[in-house]
Write a protein that binds this ligand. Structure first.
Ligand SMILES: *Cc1c(COP(=O)(O)O)cnc(C)c1O
Ligand code: SF4
Length: 319
């Protein structure tokens, strides 16, 4: 893997000009939520295939600006569940910290596209408020770093945060929700691995990968380095029309994740965020896909099919 500054690798490496010839590309959609594709992810895209499963995840399309009344700005009720800036406390025992408002890739289906994360993430002084909140709520045992993507923070900043978390007696587990190891693995520097190694908590990393094409062979070594720090590796996917709404595509993904030492965790029904409806799949189709997966795969490679319903105390399984 190339050395150098990992932040350079997370800059946009696909220009709108490269996409202008594609029939589905839409400049207006790009103005609303910018195109952002890091170089590593770009390598795995076949630009000659307008239905390339990675391309469809990042391509600004006209359908994004079509109105659809089922789709809103905050479909999962995150604003209501935020007791203080950067903290989302919805579920028992777990608290989610919005560690960064940024990502290395802009996924068109993401609910973050409309959520004012840029103003809501915890940083600087907000960290101390978040830490105070966690200290006071002694039933919290697990802290989830999310975002945006928490790995957009420097290792130094991550380290300051986890030093504080590790001093809180009731915190047992650190969980990191990140797409960066998949789309921009240059971020997984030796320094980062040393940081992970030193954290005196149980560690879980939930990756985000939607299609086997995202798992090119050079990721194997990177994920092994992470696993060697005693970090449990899981994956969540979002069910996306024309990307992975096919039992064989999903079963290939599960097998490949397992080859790379990662277990499938969640298969999320799309959060109904404005501008994402062209990725939507009816619940009935999602359920029958999941049934096929149960037949195709060993039980431990079948992700749980869930949807997030505003106000519920957990992610809701779809049976
Ligand atoms: C998804 C989510 C969690 C984690 O839920 P798990 O079922 O433990 O994976 C925690 N907090 C919030 C706000 C979430 O959206
Ligand atoms: S939060 Fe995750 S899904 Fe959303 S844009 Fe960032 S990497 Fe993509």
């Amino acid at each position: 893997m190339s050395k150098g500054n990992w932040r350079d690798s997370t800059k946009n490496h696909v220009t709108p000009n490269e996409l202008a010839d594609l029939q589905k590309y839409d400049k207006k959609a790009e103005d609303l939520f910018p195109l952002l594709v890091p170089s590593f992810l770009k390598k795995n895209i076949n630009f000659n295939n307008p239905n390339d499963p990675i391309l469809l995840q990042v391509l600004p399309q006209k359908s994004e600006s079509e109105e659809n009344t089922d789709f809103s700005d905050d479909p999962v009720g995150d604003m209501d569940a935020s007791p203080i800036k950067g903290v989302i406390h919805k579920y028992h025992g777990r608290v989610l910290l919005i560690a960064s408002g940024l990502c290395a890739v802009n996924c068109r289906y993401c609910f973050r596209r409309n959520f004012p994360y840029a103003k809501n993430y915890a940083s600087g002084n907000n960290w101390s408020n978040a830490i105070e909140y966690i200290k006071e709520n002694t039933d919290i045992t697990e802290v989830i770093l999310s975002g945006g993507d928490p790995l957009m923070l420097s290792t130094n900043a991550l380290s300051k945060l986890t030093d504080k978390l590790a001093q809180i007696k009731h915190i047992k587990t650190l969980r990191i929700h990140t797409r960066i190891p998949i789309v921009s693995p240059e971020r997984i520097t030796n320094n980062f691995i040393q940081w992970l190694n030193k954290i005196p908590l149980k560690k879980v990393m939930v990756l985000h990968c939607n299609h086997a094409n995202e798992l090119s062979s050079d990721l194997h070594e990177v994920l092994k380095k992470i696993a060697n720090t005693n970090t449990v590796l899981l994956n969540q996917s979002v069910l996306l029309k024309d990307v992975n709404d096919d039992a064989h595509v999903l079963s290939d993904l599960s097998h490949k994740l397992f080859d790379f030492g990662v277990l499938p965790y969640y298969l999320n029904q799309l959060d109904k965020a404005k501008g994402t409806h062209h990725f939507g799949i009816p619940n009935s189709t999602a359920k029958s896909l999941h049934k096929k997966l149960l037949q195709l795969l060993p039980g431990y490679l079948v992700p749980k099919l869930v949807e997030e319903i505003s106000g519920k105390m957990n992610k809701s399984p779809l049976f």
